[in-house]
Design a protein around this ligand. Structure first.
Ligand SMILES: Cc1cc2nc3c(=O)[nH]c(=O)nc-3n(C[C@H](O)[C@H](O)[C@H](O)COP(=O)(O)OP(=O)(O)OC[C@H]3O[C@@H](n4cnc5c(N)ncnc54)[C@H](O)[C@@H]3O)c2cc1C
Length: 343
C-alpha cells in the first residue's frame, strides 16, 4: 500500500502557492485512486506552519508534518534536502509529490538518491495505469508525450506548475506534528545574498495571465514606408500588455537583438524567449505578432490552448497548420485597433 506525501514550501506570507495547491490536488486525487493509500502533508516553513496546515485541513491527509526554522527561509540545497529527507522518513512515504519549483527541482533528485528511491521532474500528470501509479511527461522539448511507471520507492514526482487545477477546500484545524532536523554549520556554508533580476524596467512575464502575447523580430524590421518603428512597436506592445494584463513572450530572433545591445525593445530579455531553446509557458490563449512561426519557436507553444497569429505573410509558418487562426494583416495596425477597443 502506498503512502503519499505532499511536499511544499510555505510562502513568506504563510500561505501556500498555487503551484503547491495544484500538486496537492494531484496527490489527493492519486490517493483516491490507489486502494488503501494514505496521504500526508509535509510543509517546510521559515515561520509558523500552522496557518498553512489549517488551510489544508480538509484535503484528506491523515498526518500533517512540518519542518520549520530560519534555516529554511531561502533556497539552499543542503537545508532543503535535509528538510525533505526528514519529512519523507517521518511520513514513511512511498510516493512524494512536490511542485516543480526551481527550489524543489534542485534538491529532490538528491534526496531520492539518499533514500534509495527515484525522482521524475517536469511531470504534467499523475494517475493510474494497470492498477499502479503512472506519470505523464513530455520529452524532446515537448514533442513526445510519455507515460512511465517505476517500481522503486520512494518515488519523488515533481509536477510542473499550471498542469492541473489547484486544490480548494474549507480551512479547519490540522494536528501539526513538528519534525526536528539537525542543521549544523556544515549545512549552512551556502549563504543567500539577495535577488538579482535581469535588466528590465518592468515585469512582463505573468505566468497566471489568460493570454500570452508573443512579439517577433518583425516589430524591428523596415515597414512599408521603408523605415523601422521601434518606438511605436514599444508603445503598442506595452500598451496591450497593460490593457489585457497579458504575459509577454518573444521569438529568439527578437530577444537576441535586445541581448546584443540594440535599442529595439529594451523590456525584452532572454527570459521572454519561447521555444525549443526557450520556455514552454502555459496560458489558455496566445497571440503571435510579427513572428514567423518556425518550428523551433512553435514547440514553445505546446501548452497554449488556442493559438492566433498576425503576420503580413500568408505563407508564414502559422499558416501551415501551426495556428488556429491567422490574421494576414499588419500587426502595427491590428494592435492599434485592439488597444483602442480594449481601452
Ligand atoms: C536549434 C535551434 C533552436 C531554436 N530555438 C528557438 C527558440 O527557442 N525560440 C525561437 O523563437 N526561435 C528559435 N530558433 C530560431 C527560429 O528558427 C527562428 O529563426 C526565429 O524564431 C525567427 O524569429 P521571428 O519569427 O521573430 O523572426 P523572422 O523569421 O525574421 O520573422 C519576422 C516575421 O515578421 C513578419 N512581419 C514583419 N512586419 C510585420 C507587420 N507589420 N505585421 C505582421 N507581420 C510582420 C514577417 O512577415 C516575418 O514573418 C531556433 C533555431 C535553431 C536552429
Amino acid at each position: 500500500m502506498e503512502t503519499i506525501l505532499f511536499l511544499a514550501h510555505v510562502d513568506e506570507d504563510g500561505a501556500l502557492s498555487k503551484a503547491a495547491r495544484e500538486t496537492l490536488a494531484a496527490a489527493a486525487a492519486l490517493g483516491r485512486q490507489l486502494p488503501g493509500a494514505t496521504l500526508a502533508a509535509g510543509l517546510v516553513a521559515q515561520g509558523d506552519a500552522q496557518p498553512a496546515a489549517d488551510s489544508l485541513a480538509d484535503c484528506g491527509a491523515t498526518r500533517f508534518l512540518a519542518v520549520t526554522g530560519e534555516d529554511f527561509a531561502s533556497a539552499r540545497y543542503a537545508t532543503d534536502a535535509a528538510a525533505a529527507e526528514a519529512l519523507a522518513r517521518a511520513s514513511g512515504a512511498t510516493l512524494v509529490l512536490a511542485p516543480h519549483t526551481s527550489r524543489w527541482a534542485r534538491c529532490l533528485p538528491g534526496v531520492a538518491q539518499r533514500l534509495g528511491g527515484r525522482a521524475d521532474t517536469h511531470v504534467t500528470a499523475a494517475g493510474m495505469e494497470s492498477g499502479a501509479p503512472a506519470v505523464t511527461r513530455w520529452y524532446y522539448r515537448q514533442r513526445i508525450e510519455g507515460v512511465s511507471q517505476r517500481s522503486q520507492r520512494p518515488w519523488f514526482i515533481l509536477l510542473d506548475p499550471a498542469s492541473g487545477e489547484a486544490w480548494q477546500g474549507a480551512p479547519g484545524h490540522a494536528a501539526l506534528e513538528t519534525v526536528a532536523v539537525a542543521i549544523g554549520d556544515g549545512l549552512r556554508r551556502t549563504l543567500f545574498s539577495g535577488w538579482r533580476t535581469p535588466r528590465s524596467d518592468r515585469q512582463t512575464i505573468r505566468p497566471e495571465a489568460a493570454l500570452l502575447l508573443v512579439a517577433g523580430a518583425g516589430w524591428t524590421k523596415k515597414q512599408a514606408d521603408g523605415q523601422t518603428h521601434a518606438d511605436e512597436a514599444q508603445r503598442l506592445i506595452l500598451g496591450f500588455l497593460d490593457l489585457a494584463q497579458a504575459s509577454l513572450g518573444g521569438s529568439k530572433s527578437l530577444v537576441d537583438l535586445s541581448g546584443e545591445g540594440q535599442a529595439v525593445l529594451p523590456f525584452m530579455t532572454h527570459l521572454n524567449q519561447v521555444g525549443q531553446t526557450g520556455s514552454t509557458p502555459r496560458h489558455p490563449k496566445g497571440l503571435a505578432t510579427c513572428c514567423h512561426g518556425e518550428e523551433p519557436h512553435v514547440v514553445g507553444w505546446r501548452f497554449i490552448n488556442q493559438r492566433r497569429a498576425i503576420n503580413l505573410d500568408p505563407n508564414c509558418g502559422w499558416a501551415r497548420g501551426k495556428a488556429d487562426v491567422l490574421y494576414v494583416a499588419d500587426a502595427f495596425a491590428v494592435m492599434e485597433q485592439l488597444n483602442a477597443l480594449l481601452a
